[in-house]
Write a protein that binds this ligand. Structure first.
Ligand code: SF4
Ligand code: SF4
Length: 254
């Protein structure tokens, strides 16, 4: 790291510590964010009644009327954000978790122009249920990984809206890694099928990237359970090595 990057990184660590201490004072956890009691809000003016949110909600918390307009049922809602990730119109948000909020976080990542200016830059979206605590455990055991990565915790991989990937790639980030729970028969996703749904959306992203003549492998999803924290450094470093093989994102600087 350069002096200025180290300074920014240290400031980020200090702010994160303040957030943790403040949450402890209130008796709530930061990850997963137990102190956030908000439910999804729907901006119905822009809803196209496509019914993706009602179909993908893992808890059947969204009914719909005869036109397909979602009717939220908060007694069943687990606040996973899967509906937010599913909505192509980006009309679903939480008070402190939204597509635009994450877009701003991604937008604030400094992307070096070239190797001399600081090298590659990768975004890692980390599920805060298992993957983020696993990352913490790996860091506390003094595991190391490349300083090219920038982590953003998210509520569940099911809440990943493809807009975030588009924002990252158009900003010139060289790759996006999604770290979340295992899916399939032996699933560990806290919201049943969030990570599985994310994986299905990634297929569509891959096709879009190929159309843009950007390697589909620049965006990858990896499964991790909390006790596999020691595998994370290699997972990240292997991903970086693969991206380095492709070279910089051709959209860098545009
Ligand atoms: S936040 Fe999760 S549980 Fe609640 S409506 Fe959306 S998808 Fe369903
Ligand atoms: S996914 Fe979005 S646009 Fe589609 S029905 Fe749900 S709220 Fe409306």
């Amino acid at each position: 790291m350069s002096m200025s990057t180290a300074k920014d990184d240290a400031a980020g660590a200090a702010l994160k510590s303040i957030q943790c201490l403040e949450s402890i004072n209130r008796g709530v956890a930061v990850h997963p964010r137990s102190g956030d009691p908000g439910y999804p809000k729907f901006n119905m003016v822009r809803c196209t009644q496509c019914k993706r949110c009602t179909e993908e909600c893992p808890f059947g918390a969204l009914d719909d009327d005869e036109k397909g307009t979602p009717e939220p049922n908060t007694t069943r809602c687990r606040r996973c954000g899967t509906c937010m990730g599913a909505c192509p119109e980006r009309v679903i948000s939480f008070d402190d978790y939204s597509v635009s909020m994450l877009n701003e976080m991604i937008g604030s990542i400094q992307v070096p122009e070239d190797e001399e200016e600081g090298g590659y830059r990768m975004l890692v979206l980390v599920c805060e249920n298992d993957a983020y605590p696993a990352l913490d455990m790996a860091a506390m055991r003094k595991n190391k990984w490349s300083s090219y990565v920038r982590f953003i915790p998210i509520r569940c991989l099911g809440s990943v809206n493809t807009q975030w990937i588009a924002e990252a790639m158009s900003k010139g980030l060289d790759g996006v890694l999604l770290l979340g729970c295992k899916y399939g028969d032996d699933y560990q996703c806290h919201f049943i099928k969030g990570s599985e749904l994310c994986n299905k959306r990634m297929d569509n992203i891959g096709e879009t990237l190929e159309r843009l003549q950007v390697e589909a492998e620049r965006v990858q999803q990896k499964q991790i359970s909390i006790d596999e924290y020691d595998k994370i450094p290699k997972m990240i470093d292997d991903f970086i090595e693969q991206i380095e093989g492709f070279g910089p994102n051709p959209y860098k600087g545009f």
